[in-house]
Design a protein around this ligand. Structure first.
Ligand SMILES: *Cc1c(COP(=O)(O)O)cnc(C)c1O
Length: 433
């Protein structure tokens, strides 16, 4: 079998395993008395080759995001600009000065690389980049509140998809959670009354994926920070997502930009994700007072939460893009900002190429991914006629993820890149056949 032409280009070990798997299957099927399999060596070798190819193909590959959710946690959150990625490529593909001080010719510090650009961008004393925002929350609590109390509002005990829950992260960090207020209302006096001998930290958590409406009250970070200063405690704001401004529609009114939060509220520490609305790669960015960040750096746990050179390179270049005013290099923002007219034009062009019955309509999409709960963005949709569930399954098989609304299968133009059109037309052609 191994001498069959079909298996020539497969690595020998893999080919042997594949032949075994194929023969086993043939024996089983024929043993059960069904199957009229072609059992010539050439046919079985071709089958084995297909098995080899499956094993040797990466599992993590691109998809077309036609869901309209810009920061889609299941689809890899923020996309990256290829130019920005190219700039960082040399760092990853060769040697770099990750922990090397070129002036002194000795060991340097990993964390100083992205820090200078981020300090300038955010206008804060110091910055630390860790593996993700969950790691940032853990590190802050573990450093300042291990074995002591961290005070947090009952209205802010967030659960994020993928099992990040504030009470559980707190428990894992060794901090004791002291809940204050009620689900809908928490007042400054609740925090003040909770502070005791054991209190180390006052925490605020951004309601990233839900809203509380009606008879509600929450305490602004500014007041929590002031109380913390008066009592000699650390105050910390887990922002989840955070953005640098430049959001279209009325999105900015829902959530002030990060520099504004830092200046207006002057919290001791904040943290946010590098790959939500900031638009970079997976990372947790802690910003705030230098003396506190120095203590985070001395925590042994940081060694377990530290980031790779590629992450640092990409976060630094994302920060530099903002500093240079090149916000068009942040695809998440560029997608959000695309005018509806442009989307409509693209939808009409795409519809003209589709070998299926379609209709261009307008609708609303979501920002998504633990960013701006309930906020919608105007968008243009390509509605495809036919059974929605079957269409969704067919397009998924072609790595195109759409969405179903009102029993119709829709492709949302908001999250499509111009080069996605070909894949969509191919998937549509396969359906039409
Ligand atoms: C998203 C989010 C996190 C977790 O951030 P990751 O970067 O996914 O680890 C933590 N807290 C809040 C409030 C969030 O929105």
């Amino acid at each position: 079998m191994l001498r069959e032409a079909a298996l020539e280009s497969c690595p020998r070990e893999t080919a042997v395993d594949a032949v075994r798997v194929v023969l086993e299957k043939v024996r089983r099927d024929n043993g059960a008395g069904y199957g009229e399999t072609d059992i010539s060596a050439a046919a079985l070798a071709r089958e084995a080759r297909r098995q080899c190819e499956k094993w040797l193909t990466p599992s993590l590959r691109p998809v077309v995001n036609a869901t309209g959710v810009v920061i889609h946690t299941n689809l890899g959150r923020a996309p990256l600009d290829p130019r920005l990625f190219d700039e960082a490529k040399a760092v990853a593909c060769g040697y770099c000065d990750l922990e090397y001080d070129l002036a002194e010719g000795r060991r340097g510090e990993r964390y100083h690389h992205a820090a200078a650009a981020l300090r300038r961008l955010l206008g804060c004393e110091e910055v630390l980049v860790v593996n993700n925002n969950a790691a940032a929350v853990f590190l802050v609590l573990n450093t300042f509140a291990k074995g002591r109390e961290a005070v947090v509002s009952r209205g802010e005990l967030v659960e994020i998809g993928g099992s990040f829950r504030i009470p559980e992260v707190m428990a894992a960090s060794g901090a004791r959670m002291k809940e204050v207020g009620t689900t809908n209302r928490t007042h400054l006096r609740d925090y003040a009354d909770a502070v005791g001998e054991e209190t180390a930290l006052l925490m605020k958590v951004h309601r990233s994926n839900y809203r509380i409406e009606g008879f509600t009250a929450e305490v602004p970070m500014r007041e929590i920070s002031r109380l913390a200063r008066e009592r000699g405690l650390v105050d910390y704001y887990d922002l989840g997502s955070a953005h640098m401004g430049d959001l279209p529609w009325d999105l900015q009114r829902r959530e002030p930009p990060l520099p504004e939060i830092l200046q207006r509220h002057a919290p001791s520490l904040v943290s946010f994700s590098g790959d939500k609305l900031f638009g970079g790669v997976q990372a947790g960015i802690v910003a705030g007072k230098k003396a506190l960040i120095d203590r985070l750096k001395r925590n042994q746990a940081l060694r377990m939460l530290r980031v790779d050179k590629l992450t640092l390179a990409l976060i630094e270049r994302t920060a530099l893009a903002y500093l240079r005013g090149e916000n068009d290099r942040i695809p998440a923002l560029a997608l959000l900002r695309t005018p509806v007219e442009t989307l409509r034009e693209r939808a009409v062009n795409l519809a003209a190429r589709m070998p299926l019955e379609t209709e261009v309509t307008e609708g609303e999409g979501l920002v998504g991914g633990g960013t701006l709960p309930g906020a919608t963005v105007p968008t243009v949709l390509l509605r495809i006629e036919g059974d929605a569930e079957s269409l969704a399954r067919h397009f998924r098989a072609h790595r195109v993820i759409g969405r179903i609304e009102g029993g119709r299968f829709l492709l949302d133009m908001r999250t499509l890149f111009p080069e996605d059109a070909d894949a969509i037309v191919r998937a549509a052609a396969a359906w039409a056949k």
